[in-house]
Design a protein. Sequence first.
Length: 197
Amino acid sequence: MNLKKAYLIVFLVLLIDQLSKIYIKTHFSLDEEFAITNWCKILFVENEGMAWGVKLPGIYGKLALTSFRIFAVVGIGYWLWMSVKEKSSNLLIFAISLIMAGAFGNIIDSIFYGEIFDHSIGQIATMFSDKPYGTWFNGKVVDMFYFPIWQGNLPSWLPIWGGKYFTFFNAIFNVADVAISTGVGILIVFNKKVFNK
């Protein structure tokens, strides 16, 4: 696969990711939910930190996280370029392209959304608002896909969690997260084929 095709994959995933986030941000208020089925929902949440909302402590935690993400994307971009140059397997190049697109998609939210949108609490956000909810590099990542496949109380005989209310699968995520997870999954499952050299 050549670099042009790899960049096309990155661009298409990034486009779908950003269009879906902008649509959710401009059509849903925070925590608004649309149920497609009982286990397949659109639920608008904003993530200030890493996966599952984990935050870095301190006033510069968000800035540190965004800066790390930028360095990571630069590193992934170099890995992609080197993989194409070395004529690595198409599957490897495809996986790296997905990971790069996903990482870049969440960086866009972190860098720009705080300055582009006003808040979504109890209202639908306005794009290019005069009263943004944050500043540059302090935006929140928009998440929306929610698949609570099973919800209920676990049997009391289970150790630790027995009798407690449990939701499987409780993560809320976006297109960028799917791209990253798919890319990493390809690298793990097909590692012999991907790293055939």
